[in-house]
Each structure stands twice: as structure tokens, then as C-alpha cells.
Design a protein around this ligand. Structure first.
Ligand SMILES: NC(=O)C1=CN([C@@H]2O[C@H](COP(=O)(O)OP(=O)(O)OC[C@H]3O[C@@H](n4cnc5c(N)ncnc54)[C@H](O)[C@@H]3O)[C@@H](O)[C@H]2O)C=CC1
Ligand SMILES: O=C(O)CCC(=O)C(=O)O
Length: 364
């Protein structure tokens, strides 16, 4: 991999390699774009097959955060870290403290949070070395578990998608097929049930299914059946890439709106949904509740303010549909365009500001 060629082509700012022999830390911090503000994005711990695979993942995820944060209206850029290792076996206090010192060394250019393989406890350990960490324990005045907040954002985004698909944002009487009823989707189902939606659920975890059946009167189906059930809305809340060549022909839903990351197997599938007139709600716009919530910690966490901000996911989703219609492009492209337009405007405005600043300086 020609790293500098790649970074130049896709506009990456910085790649930081962190190693600490004592603790076994091997981490890569990728900072994609800080036009809007410091780069915020979680730390993923994973057993990568190669260092190249880890670098690629860090770069890909960091760019994703630039788009997610920009589309959410946050004054934050995009970054992400990967730690190479098995989160079940390789963690130790010294590792996360060493990593915290690396973050501190970046002096606020990068702020971390949880991701796959890291926990609130790991963030607390990082916090012993740096303030540039979010998602720490409520005991430290922070936001705690993001899942209920993410779920509320998905619920708000789903209402905006329903407005686009059915002409009304009421979900009363609508049938929603929920794939995976884990942390986020359990809370999503609660909101949907309260509004009077009918639920069809599936999960590989039978306990999770039973809970949704008992508490929300959901109908349970087998995992493969979820794509073809009669429903108005398909809510992917488990895995990525479930919208693909095999599943699209089975879907009866008019609207797709769910929490999972990377729902489209490839961009081609976003094009197909557009051609078929299925309203696809771009994943990183609708599932931004978690990052909006942790970002609020930067101002001293206030749950009410965070939830108000998460409500705006409704408007962000509606704006994506407007851009899609304005430019006659699929919604996944419209989301990218919305994020890019915001970054570009701020880049120009900032460079204008700097020019003025330089002018002032040169007059002195
Ligand atoms: N937790 C959060 O705040 C955020 C979560 N997300 C995304 O939302 C999705 C859900 O996240 P969580 O609820 O936190 O995860 P989770 O792990 O609590 O829930 C996922 C559920 O999907 C089930 N599942 C796995 N494979 C399945 C299959 N083949 N068919 C049916 N069910 C299956 C699991 O048993 C589990 O109950 C993930 O894709 C995650 O990346 C995105 C943004 C923030
Ligand atoms: O939600 C978080 O905990 C951090 C933000 C992030 O990395 C993400 O949204 O993927």
C-alpha cells in the first residue's frame, strides 16, 4: 500500500502509529479531515489479519466519521483509531494509559470514544491520561450507554422517512420489520410500540426475540424470513451489507430505516433502491444519535440538550431526501453531498477568515 499516495488521493490529514512494548499497544489513529473541528471517532479493538488491514480499516472508518459528523451538523471532523489485538485477551490498564498519552500528545486534534471491542471502562482508563476522550462513565458526569439515544435518533429518522414514503410521519398502524433486537433496536421497538406501530422481529438471540414479543407484542420470524415479510418499513439493526443482490428482490417494504452501519453491500445497491422507488435512509445520517450524544460531553454533558440535538436527525434525513430529489440522485449520494457541501462551505469561509486574519497581521 502506497500510504502517502492513498492519503493524498482521499484527503487524509494524519496517520499516527502508537506502540508501547511494555503493554503491547499497537494502535493507529487516522485523522481524515478537521475542517469542521477536532476529529471525533471511536477506538476499535480487533484481531486484524495484517498491519495493512488495520491501517485500511482505520482510514476507512475515519473518513466515515468525517461524513457522519458533518451530516449531523456537529462542529467536528472525522477520525478513528484501531488497536490491534483481541479485546477478550489482550487488554490491560497500561495499554489504554499509553494510548491515552498518545491522544494527549495530539493536543485536541483527535478525541476518542467507544467502538467495537472497547468499553466505557476502557474510556475511563484513557481518561486517566487525557481529557480528549468521551463516552466515559456517568460517575464522571458523562453520557454512559449511547444505545437508547441512538435508538431515539433512529426513531426520529424513521418518522422523516415515513413522511417521504407515505406522506405522513405517523407510524401508527405501520408494520415495521426489525432485524436484530439488541441494545439499539430494543429501545427503538419501545418507541414504535408506544406510537402504535406493529412489529415483526428477528434475532439469532432467542431471549432478545422473546423480550420483544412479550413487552411489545411483536411477531417473531426466522432470520432469513425478515426480508420477505409483508411490512411497510424494513429496519436493519444488526449487521452490515444486508441490502444486496439476494435481499432486494425479496423486500416488500417501501421504506428502509435502521441503525446498522454500512447497510448497502455496495453503492450499486443504493442505485437499485433508487430505481425501484424504495426510500432508503442513509445509515450514517439516521444512526448519528450515539456520536451526537458523546459530542455533547465536550460542553459538559446535558442529557436534555443532547436529546434535543438528536431530534434534529428528523431534519437531517428530510434534507437528504430534498437533495436526492433536487439533484435526482440516490439518497446515499445525497447524504454524501450534504456532508461535502457543509465541509466545503466551512473550508471556504475559514480560509476567508484566515485571509482577513493575515491581512490584519500584515498591517501591524
Ligand atoms: N449502539 C450504538 O449506539 C450504535 C450502534 N450502531 C449500529 O447499530 C447496530 C446495532 O447496534 P447494537 O444494538 O449496539 O448492537 P447489539 O449487538 O446490541 O445488537 C445487535 C443484535 O443483532 C443480532 N444479530 C446478529 N446477527 C444477526 C442475524 N444474522 N440476524 C438477526 N439478528 C442478528 C444480535 O444477536 C444482537 O441482538 C450495529 O450495526 C451497530 O454498528 C450505530 C451507531 C451507534
Ligand atoms: O458513538 C460513539 O461512541 C462514537 C462515535 C463513533 O465512533 C461512531 O459513531 O461510529
Amino acid at each position: 500500500m502506497q500510504i502517502f499516495t492513498y492519503m493524498e488521493k482521499y484527503d487524509y490529514e494524519q496517520l499516527v502509529f502508537c506502540q508501547d512494548e511494555q503493554s503491547g499497544l499497537k494502535a493507529i489513529i487516522a485523522i481524515h479531515d478537521t475542517t469542521l473541528g477536532p476529529a471525533l471517532g471511536g477506538t476499535r479493538m480487533w484481531t486484524y489479519d495484517s498491519e495493512e488491514a488495520a491501517i485500511e480499516d482505520a482510514l476507512r472508518l475515519a473518513k466515515g466519521m468525517t461524513y457522519k459528523n458533518a451530516a449531523a451538523g456537529l462542529n467536528l471532523g472525522g477520525g478513528k483509531t484501531v488497536i490491534i489485538g483481541d479485546p477478550k485477551k489482550d487488554k490491560n490498564e497500561a495499554m489504554f494509559r499509553a494510548f491515552g498519552r498518545y491522544i494527549q500528545g495530539l493536543n485536541g486534534r483527535y478525541i476518542t470514544a467507544e467502538d467495537v471491542g472497547t468499553t466505557v471502562q476502557d474510556m475511563d482508563t484513557i481518561h486517566l491520561e487525557t481529557d480528549y476522550v468521551t463516552g466515559i462513565s456517568p460517575a464522571f458526569g458523562s453520557s454512559g450507554n449511547p444505545s437508547p439515544v441512538t435508538a431515539y435518533g433512529v426513531y426520529r429518522g424513521m418518522k422523516a422517512a415515513a413522511k417521504e414514503g407515505f406522506g405522513t410521519d405517523s407510524l401508527e398502524g405501520k408494520t415495521v420489520a426489525v432485524q436484530g433486537v439488541g441494545n439499539v433496536a430494543y429501545n427503538l421497538c419501545r418507541h414504535l410500540h408506544e406510537e402504535g406501530a406493529n412489529l415483526i422481529v428477528t434475532d439469532i438471540n432467542k431471549e432478545a426475540v422473546n423480550r420483544a414479543v412479550e413487552e411489545f407484542g411483536a411477531k417473531a420470524v426466522d432470520t432469513e424470513e425478515i426480508y420477505s415479510v409483508d411490512c411497510d418499513i424494513y429496519a436493519p439493526c444488526a449487521l452490515g451489507a444486508t441490502i444486496n443482490d439476494e435481499t432486494i428482490p425479496q423486500l416488500k417494504a417501501k421504506v428502509i430505516a435502521g441503525a446498522a452501519n454500512n447497510q448497502l453491500k455496495s453503492t450499486k445497491h443504493g442505485d437499485i433502491l433508487h430505481e425501484k422507488g424504495i426510500v432508503y435512509t442513509p445509515d450514517y445520517v439516521i444512526n448519528a444519535g450515539g456520536v451526537i450524544n458523546v459530542a455533547d460531553e465536550l460542553n459538559g454533558y446535558n442529557k436534555e440538550r443532547a436529546m434535543k440535538r438528536v431530534e434534529t436527525i428528523y431534519d437531517n434525513v428530510a434534507k437528504v431526501f430534498d437533495i436526492s430529489k433536487r439533484d435526482n440522485i440516490p439518497t446515499y449520494l445525497a447524504a454524501d453531498r450534504m456532508a461535502e457541501e457543509r465541509i466545503e462551505i466551512m473550508r471556504k469561509s475559514r480560509s476567508q477568515f484566515l485571509q482577513n486574519g493575515n491581512h490584519t497581521l500584515s498591517r501591524r
